[in-house]
Design a protein around this ligand. Structure first.
Ligand SMILES: Cc1cc2nc3c(=O)[nH]c(=O)nc-3n(C[C@H](O)[C@H](O)[C@H](O)COP(=O)(O)OP(=O)(O)OC[C@H]3O[C@@H](n4cnc5c(N)ncnc54)[C@H](O)[C@@H]3O)c2cc1C
Length: 402
């Protein structure tokens, strides 16, 4: 009888559930016993409830990955907002000025540039896919410790039970226990910014446009939601974020209307609020023998270009392909040379995005008038450079392609 491999995925976020779904439906599924463990309760999407606070801009490449496992149709038919236009401008300029970066789906012959989707909805759709497979889903399952064994790793649960893994996948987010237990170091660089997030109702229609205004304290992202509201991600000083949390609805509406330069007229608060500390983080290694990190466990990037989840889905896609190929060739999927194929394919691409986001954030935060003028001149040049624009849009559209 053929050997079966135990793969334990720690983390039932978007990336962990995606890798489990891809492996469960892949050509080597018969050779795998898959388990997903998460300390939190199982996430559930309820269409009668309000749009959740956490939403992500999902690139079409990522939508393709979710489509390939049968999750995307559930997402779009529930509550996804396609966006067809993108506008990015310098806080010192006019949103319709010559230096504003403009991208339109038409120009690139695609129906939309991407979709704004609740994280919870994506998780829920993936879980419905997984419910139809024999993947063992264990939510509400805190982990006490993870130890290296001769043949792999042993995940020791707080309830005293243990799970042995021939391959352990760490998809447990930025503060990954898997990464820490394995002693993998991270390079970390705080941005000295906090992301303040809420939903607002704009006086004017959002017009299926994702907007970003770069202020000296950090970017203000305005993402269109399916019901006409916008989701605001305001990356700002910790003090401003605290003020925003404590402000009355009226005060907060005025703060954000001003920060948006009234691009959509007056903004009224219409949703919950939350803050997220921001930090650039990259694991020194993505893999060790019998272990691989994916998603935020491997890298955390600034949300300014909405790439974190997209990079995580691309990791999930590449890792599942590498594992499948190894099994077909008779290799152990947890061997380091096998897992290095995944690391080589993804680490460079993720590092590039990380540096780009950190650089952009610094460039726009630079207060000097000379840098400001150079920045705007660069944006004007970018606007008239066909190949550069095309390259940028290809990256944005296809960040998740397999
Ligand atoms: C304000 C903000 C806006 C963003 N906007 C975008 C965007 O527009 N587009 C985009 O692509 N990305 C965006 N991102 C990034 C995106 O949210 C993350 O990259 C993505 O959610 C990471 O998914 P993940 O599955 O890797 O990790 P997570 O979502 O962090 O999931 C980790 C899972 O592991 C579980 N877990 C953690 N520790 C343990 C443990 N010890 N034991 C068991 N389980 C554990 C958790 O319960 C959780 O379910 C944004 C981020 C922020 C902060």
């Amino acid at each position: 009888m053929k050997r079966r491999y135990d793969i334990v995925v720690v983390g039932g976020g978007m990336t962990g559930l995606t890798v489990a779904s891809l492996l469960a439906q892949g050509r080597s599924a018969d050779a795998l016993k898959l388990t997903v463990v998460d300390a939190a309760p199982r996430p559930r999407f309820d269409p009668d409830e309000d749009i959740a606070l956490r939403v992500s801009a999902i690139a079409t490449g990522s939508a393709d990955i979710l489509d390939s496992i049968g999750a995307w149709q559930m997402v779009v038919s529930a509550r996804a907002c396609p966006y067809e236009h993108m506008r990015v401008w310098d806080g010192a300029d006019d949103p319709d000025g010559p230096s504003t970066l403009k991208f339109d789906a038409d120009e690139f012959a695609v129906a939309q540039l991407g979709f704004i989707v609740e994280n919870l909805l994506i998780q829920d759709a993936l879980l419905k896919v997984l419910d139809r497979t024999d993947v063992n889903l264990r939510f509400d399952t805190p982990i006490a410790a993870i130890v290296r064994t001769e043949s792999g790793h042993c995940v020791q649960l707080e309830d005293g039970r243990e799970m042995d893994a021939d391959l352990l996948v760490g998809a447990d987010g930025a503060r990954s226990l898997v990464r820490e237990s394995a002693g993998i170091e991270v390079t970390r660089r705080p941005y000295a910014q906090t992301a303040f997030v809420t939903h607002l109702r704009p006086r004017e229609q959002h017009g299926a446009t994702a907007r970003q205004r770069f202020l000296s304290d950090g970017p203000l992202g305005m993402l269109p939601l399916a019901d006409g509201r916008i989701s605001v991600v305001w990356s700002t000083t910790d003090v401003n974020a605290r003020r925003a949390m404590a402000a009355s609805d009226e005060e907060l509406g005025s703060m954000l209307t001003e920060a948006s330069d009234e691009v959509l007229g007056e903004l009224s608060v219409a949703g919950p609020r939350g803050t997220f500390p921001l930090c650039a983080q990259h694991a020194r290694n993505y893999v060790l023998p019998r272990l691989a990190l994916i998603g935020d466990a491997a890298h955390a990037v600034h949300p300014l270009a909405g790439q974190g989840a997209n990079l995580g889905l691309a990791d999930a896609s590449t890792l599942s392909r590498v594992v499948e190929e190894a099994i077909r060739k008779g290799e152990h999927p947890g061997d380091r040379p096998v897992l290095r194929r995944y690391e080589r394919a993804r680490k460079g691409a993720n590092a590039t995005m990380l540096h780009l986001m950190t650089g952009l954030n610094q460039l726009f935060a630079a207060g000097s008038p000379t840098i400001g003028e150079l920045r705007r001149a660069g944006m004007r040049l970018f606007n008239v450079s066909g190949p550069l624009r095309e390259r940028a849009v290809k990256v944005a559209l296809g960040a998740g392609r397999r």
